[in-house]
Every structure is written in structure tokens, then in C-alpha cells.
Write a protein that binds this ligand. Structure first.
Ligand code: BGC
Length: 746
């Protein structure tokens, strides 16, 4: 058996080496014919700005493509110009932000992460690739794997939350889904891991703000998802806008070469974020020529939209500021990506009208979008089992997000189809069917705050709120509510409040929406609050006053149907939060895997680490989410409690369904190292398992633990474990856990 495996390994290695040799020979031959301008052209991603004229919006700057001055752009005409109209016929690589679907839009990534389901995320990415690759796209600026502990940051919507372990599994799933097993196939696209690195740690949650972090924190908590995506074979990386150790990532040699390539062995290409080279001028690193040199020397291969490379590197070469080898290396990496995508052999394979017709928004993709919309929901509260609703009586669906279609798409829906989005009220009508009467009223604006309302709008087009109109909206809503048996209030954020450049300092529901909710509660009718938003919100008041709260995020093209499936119990919610929900914005940054302090919060002394006006605990912790049924956890059973060296520990619990519905539970394993050479987090997620249980059913859930799960980065940045005691926690969320202790010797 061993010999067979070894021979198989030799065969595969032999094939890979032969393919690499073929690629090297091809690129050597091609590069021997390229002029300096043509090489610089390969490093230039442009759709036509500044000096470069746009010929047509879709097709990009054709003239420049024909001159070989652009290596990455879009459109069929653009590809024709590159392949048939340029001297060497080098095809374009075409990238776009396919973040949560291409035509079929899935829930926002933060929502999908709450499924704790890597197979479904991989399938979502596969579908996205199948659809995008028919529309001329062969490269996606995804996955976004930035860990963030700050819900003020609007881009948390694009990521997988705060945990590096779960974030790493999800990062890998995206890469597998996009790239498949063969990048040269017509239906696979290249992943671009972003934003390398630490973009999610922007100070005060303000987008594009500075980052300052210890190396241990980087390696322990922030870098793992990027590394995981590269280990999975992601073909490219995108730089982040922020500084790392005071040097912008885009010009940071330690990051882009010493770590990424030399230590981690990444052999793909690196593109800047949008004009990130130029932004180094604002960071105070020099003029365009200087910062372009810095970026190239750091190991950054392609300039996105900034024209720093195409505009200045030729001169820098003549002046000896960069070498021919450095330029050639960047050019080679871009050409290699094109080769791997099969672009030299089949440059038009990604433009396929037949495949587009067959797959875009096809029934299967829509059904999957509906499934994901339901599975991404997190049930935050369900007092007196108000949910699921019965499909009977009169249901009033009220709120500014109740009948909104576009907002369901969430951030990054530039390529989405907007014709057939199912709003929440439509979904409720579809699922409730004939037996109930569904009424709707808008009830309020998203906000009446002038600043928030107009922050993203041009000066000449500012909006004002008509107080009479807002009173009218309220009156209509209350009249509608009075006619109903149950009220479903649909509140939250429009899609433009999350995503890029959309940080909020106040993450509660806006006053006018709260006012509406209060008045609805005053009717005395049962109220279910459906939240549709792109980030964790502060919901202390809502949690105290509303019986049922369902977090549904921005749930995609099938939002309404998927959410209604949950509302009426066609699907029993099983989503678990991947970001902590604070009680108050002043608690931020707040996250479950925090370090200890010398004076932990307690009620016996006033000199402890705490606030005077709120407890330290979050409103809803990481990993939290309810079901229509209830689960009971037994105490933890350990296979042994004294271990040595490479021993394996099995920690088990028995989980029982003690309620009335079949349900799924995400059983979570956390470990804490109470005594080590550096202060360790209070707990860290190390594994999880999903179990599905019928009412009355119990299942034993085993977790195998090895020293691998005990490792951490010490002060010398060595990744190892130290002997001693370890606390093992298993539970339904990061706060509510059973615990046991083991001792592990080296
Ligand atoms: C964003 C990236 C995105 C790029 C291209 C930038 O502003 O930060 O995430 O991929 O634009 O659209």
C-alpha cells in the first residue's frame, strides 16, 4: 500500500514538474519578445482613468490595450483587442468583485458565516464561479478574510466575523469553490485573497484608518485566515490600504516578500487595492515615482487603477531605482496567472452566452440562494415561543425594510440581477399562502437624521425629511397594525450603510425606527422583530422589550422566501453569530477571545476592569443563536485527564433535543491555556460539530484533541505548546459552556 502511494506521489509530482517546465518555457519565450512598455503594461490594471481614455464603459480603453499597455481589464471587445489587436496577442485577465454571488446574489458573507457550514459556502463560491465565468470574468477579488472585532466598520459585512479558526475554514472553502480542481477550466476563476493584511483592525472602526498591532496578535488572531487561503492554493492576493508596523501594506517588503513568499511559500501574484500605490503619497512615503518603486520592491506585481507603475517605473529603471529583474519578476507572475487560467490557449472561453443563459439565476441557483437565506438567520430571542408563526389570521408586516428589494442584495451587488428580488413582505405572502391575510405599511424612513441621511449623497442632491410625511407613515402603520393578529416589524439598515466607506459610530436602530417599534409594541399585539442589516447592532432596548428577534442580515435575491421559511417554521433556525453583539457601542472592541486582565470584573472590588454604566459582557456572544427547539448538554466526559506528548484526548458531551421540533445545533469546542509564558485568550474556538436531532433524541458528540490545538505564538513568535493545565469547554455558544480540565506533559 505504502509503495503504491509513493509511486502515485511520484507520478503526480512528475506531472506537476512537467507542466511547470512547459509554462516556464512558454513564458521565457514570450518575455524574450516583450518591450519594456509591454512588460509594464502587464502590471497595469485599468478600465481607463487619467491619461487613459475610456472608449466604451463596458469595453475599457481599447487603444491602450492594443498598444499592450494594459494587462488587466474587461469586456469581450477588450479581450479581442488584446488577443487580435496587440503586437504579441497577450490576453487580458479580467477581475471583478464577485463577493456573494454574481447574478444570483446570496446573503452577505457575514450572514453566510453564521451558517457554520463550509460545504455550503464552497458550493456558493462554485455557483458564483460558474455564473461569473460565463460573463467574461476569470478572476474575483474574493475571499475577503479580514478578521474584525469592530462592528462600526462597515466592511464586517464582507467577512466571516471575528474568529481566526472559523475564518480560516471559511477562507479555504471560498478558494476551493472559485478555483475548483483545475484553474484552466472554463468554469473556474482565480481567487484573490484580501485585504492583505489586517484591514479589519482599522482604529475606531473607521474605514481606511490606521492599524497598530503587536506581532503576536497578528500571527495568533489576524493572519491565520489569509494563510489558510494561500495554503489552499489561492492564485492571487490584494494588498490592504492600511499600514503595518507603520509601513503601508502596499509598500511593505516584510509582509509581501519575507512573510508571504519566503515564509509561506506563496507563488501567485499580488495586486494592489484600488489606487493603493498612490495612497502611499498621503501616508507620507514620497511622490508617485518613489512609492511605485517601494511597491515593486516590496513584491507587489500589479497596480490597480493607479497608473503609478505604467507611468513611472520606466524612468525609475533608467535611473537604476528598480532593476530589470524586479520588473521581469512581476511581469512573469502576471503571465503565469494568465497561463494557469488557460487564457493563452482559450482566451475567449470565459465569454459564453450559452452558459450564461443556462446558469444565470437558474432555478437550482435560486433554490440554493433561498436555502442560504434561511440558514443565515440567527434567532436572537423567542420569548414564550412566539415563533414560528402560524399560517393563519392577519399578519401586519411593517417597516422600511419590509418591502425593500434592493436592500436585500446587501453590499457588493454590482453584478447582481436586480429584476427578481423577493422582498420580505413578498416572501411572507408566498409562504403564508391563502390561509392568512398579509398587510403591509412602510411605517418610517430609514433615518430622519440629516447627517446620516445625506452623508453619502452629493451636496447638490441632499434630502430633507418632511415631518408631515413621517407622521403619515406612522399613522398608516398603526392603522394597519390595529387590523392584525400579529405584527412583524422589519427594521435595520439599508444596504448602503454597510460595506466599503460605510462606518457608523452609532450602531443602534435610528430614532425614527425605534419610535415606530415602540408604537407598535404599545398596540399590545405580539411583535416579531426582523432585523435586516450588515453588521452587529446595539439592541439592548429591543431585547428587553420585544418578544421575538430574528437577525436576517441582507439575505440576497431570495431573502423574502428564505426568511419566511424561518418565520413559519418550514426551516428551524440554526445560525450562530460569528461576531459579538455589544450592549453599548462604548464596549467596542468586544470579542469573545479576549485576553485576561490582572483585575477581572467582579462585584467585590471597585478597582477592577469594568464600566460604571454597563457590564462587560456582550448582549449576544460569539457563537450564540437559538432554535425553535431546546438543547441540553451533558457534562464533559474526557477519555483521560493526564496526557503526555502526542497523546490524543477525546472530549465528549451528549446533546439532547428537549423541545418539540427537529433542529440542528452547532456544538462548539473551546480551549483555554490558563498558565503559559504569555497571557493567553480566555478561550479560543478549536472545533465545532453540527448535529441534527429529532425531539427526544440524544447524540454523543466527540472531539479529538491533540497538541496541535494547544499551540500558540510565544514571545519569539515560535508556534508551539507548553505543558500544564488546559481548560476544555464545550457548549452552545462561547459563553454558555460546560468545562473540564486536563494536564498535559511534554
Ligand atoms: C476595495 C476592494 C475592491 C476594489 C475593486 C476597493 O476599493 O477595497 O475590496 O476589490 O475596490 O473594486
Amino acid at each position: 500500500m505504502k509503495t503504491k502511494l509513493f509511486l502515485f506521489f511520484l507520478l503526480i509530482t512528475g506531472i506537476v514538474q512537467a507542466q511547470e517546465k512547459e509554462m516556464d518555457e512558454f513564458i521565457n519565450e514570450l518575455m524574450s519578445k516583450m518591450t519594456l512598455e509591454e512588460k509594464l503594461g502587464q502590471l497595469n490594471l485599468s478600465y481607463g482613468i487619467g491619461e487613459l481614455k475610456v472608449i466604451s464603459e463596458d469595453e475599457g480603453p481599447i487603444d491602450f490595450i492594443k498598444q499592450g499597455l494594459i494587462g488587466a481589464s474587461g469586456g469581450y471587445e477588450g479581450q479581442k483587442a488584446a488577443v487580435n489587436g496587440s503586437r504579441l496577442g497577450i490576453p487580458l485577465i479580467t477581475g471583478v468583485d464577485v463577493i456573494h454571488g454574481y447574478k444570483t446574489t446570496f446573503p452577505i458573507p457575514l450572514a453566510m458565516s453564521c451558517m457554520w457550514d463550509v460545504e455550503r459556502i464552497e458550493k456558493m463560491a462554485r455557483i458564483s464561479a460558474v455564473e461569473a465565468s460565463a460573463g467574461g470574468i476569470n478572476w474575483t477579488y474574493s475571499p475577503m478574510v479580514d478578521i474584525s472585532r469592530d462592528p462600526r466598520w462597515g466592511r464586517v459585512a464582507e467577512g466571516a466575523g471575528e474568529d481566526p479558526y472559523l475564518g480560516s475554514l471559511i477562507a479555504k472553502a471560498y478558494v476551493r469553490g472559485y478555483q475548483g480542481d483545475d484553474l484552466s477550466k472554463e468554469n473556474t476563476i482565480m481567487a484573490c485573497v484580501k485585504h492583505f493584511a489586517l484591514y479589519g483592525a482599522a482604529e475606531a472602526g473607521r474605514d481606511y484608518n490606521t492599524v497598530d498591532m503587536s506581532r503576536i496578535a497578528m500571527f495568533q488572531d489576524y493572519l491565520p485566515p489569509y494563510k489558510a487561503a494561500f495554503d489552499e492554493g489561492a492564485g492571487s492576493a490584494m494588498t490592504s490600504f492600511n499600514v503595518i508596523d507603520m509601513v503601508p501594506a502596499t509598500g511593505n517588503k516584510w509582509l509581501m516578500t519575507d512573510l508571504l513568499r519566503d515564509k509561506w511559500g506563496f507563488d501567485g501574484f499580488v495586486v494592489t487595492d484600488y489606487t493603493a500605490i498612490n495612497e502611499m503619497i498621503h501616508h507620507g512615503l514620497g511622490d508617485l515615482s518613489t512609492v511605485s518603486v517601494k511597491a515593486l520592491k516590496a513584491g507587489v506585481d500589479m497596480d490597480m487603477m493607479g497608473q503609478g507603475y505604467i507611468g513611472t517605473l520606466g524612468k525609475s529603471l533608467k535611473e537604476g531605482k528598480v532593476s530589470q529583474e524586479e520588473l521581469d519578476q512581476a511581469c512573469r507572475r502576471v503571465l503565469e496567472a494568465k497561463y494557469k487560467l488557460g487564457l493563452f490557449k482559450k482566451p475567449f472561453q470565459y465569454h459564453d452566452k450559452d452558459r450564461a443563459k443556462k446558469y444565470w439565476l437558474c432555478d437550482e441557483h435560486q433554490a440554493f440562494a433561498r436555502d442560504l437565506a434561511a440558514r443565515s438567520c440567527v434567532l436572537l430571542k423567542n420569548h414564550n415561543e412566539l415563533l414560528p408563526l402560524k399560517k393563519e389570521g392577519t399578519i401586519a408586516v411593517i417597516g422600511p425594510l419590509a418591502n425593500s428589494k434592493e436592500d436585500m442584495l446587501g453590499t457588493w451587488a454590482a453584478t447582481s440581477d436586480t429584476t427578481d428580488i423577493i422582498s420580505i413582505v413578498d416572501g411572507i405572502r408566498n409562504v403564508a399562502g391563502e390561509s392568512s391575510n398579509v398587510l403591509h405599511a412602510r411605517g418610517s424612513y430609514f433615518t430622519e437624521d440629516h447627517f446620516l441621511l445625506n452623508r453619502k449623497r452629493p451636496k447638490e442632491d441632499q434630502l430633507t425629511i418632511d415631518p408631515k410625511k413621517s407622521e403619515k407613515l406612522l399613522t398608516e402603520a398603526l392603522e394597519t397594525a390595529q387590523k392584525s393578529d400579529v405584527i412583524v416589524a422589519v427594521l435595520g439598515e439599508p444596504r448602503s450603510w454597510s460595506g466599503e466607506a460605510s462606518s457608523r459610530a452609532n450602531i443602534s436602530l435610528p430614532q425614527c425606527q425605534k419610535k415606530l417599534l415602540k408604537l407598535l409594541l404599545e398596540t399590545g399585539k405580539p411583535v416579531v422583530l426582523i432585523l435586516s442589516n450588515g453588521r452587529p447592532l446595539t439592541l439592548s432596548w429591543e431585547n428587553e422589550n420585544v418578544d421575538a428577534i430574528l437577525e436576517t442580515w441582507h439575505a440576497g435575491v431570495q431573502a423574502g422566501n428564505g426568511i419566511a421559511d424561518v418565520l413559519f417554521g418550514n426551516y428551524n433556525p440554526a445560525g450562530k453569530l460569528t461576531m459579538t453583539f455589544p450592549r453599548e457601542v462604548g464596549q467596542i472592541p468586544i470579542y469573545y477571545n479576549h485576553k485576561r486582565t490582572g483585575r477581572p470584573e467582579n462585584d467585590h472590588s471597585i478597582f477592577t476592569s469594568r464600566y460604571l454604566d454597563v457590564s462587560n459582557s456582550p448582549l449576544f456572544p460569539f457563537g450564540y443563536g437559538l432554535s425553535y427547539t431546546t438543547f441540553d448538554y451533558s457534562d464533559i466526559i474526557l477519555s483521560k485527564d493526564e496526557l503526555i506528548g502526542d497523546d490524543q484526548l477525546v472530549a465528549s458531551v451528549t446533546v439532547s433535543n428537549t423541545g418539540d421540533y427537529t433542529g440542528e445545533e452547532v456544538v462548539q469546542l473551546y480551549i483555554n491555556d490558563p498558565s503559559a509564558s504569555v497571557s493567553r485568550s480566555v478561550k479560543e474556538l478549536k472545533a465545532y460539530k453540527k448535529v441534527k436531532l429529532a425531539p427526544g433524541e440524544s447524540k454523543k458528540v466527540d472531539f479529538a484533541i491533540t497538541p496541535e490545538e494547544l499551540k500558540f505564538y510565544n514571545s519569539d513568535l515560535e508556534y508551539d505548546w507548553e505543558p500544564g493545565a488546559f481548560n476544555i469547554y464545550i457548549g452552545t455558544n462561547s459563553s454558555d459552556v460546560k468545562s473540564a480540565q486536563v494536564h498535559w506533559k511534554k
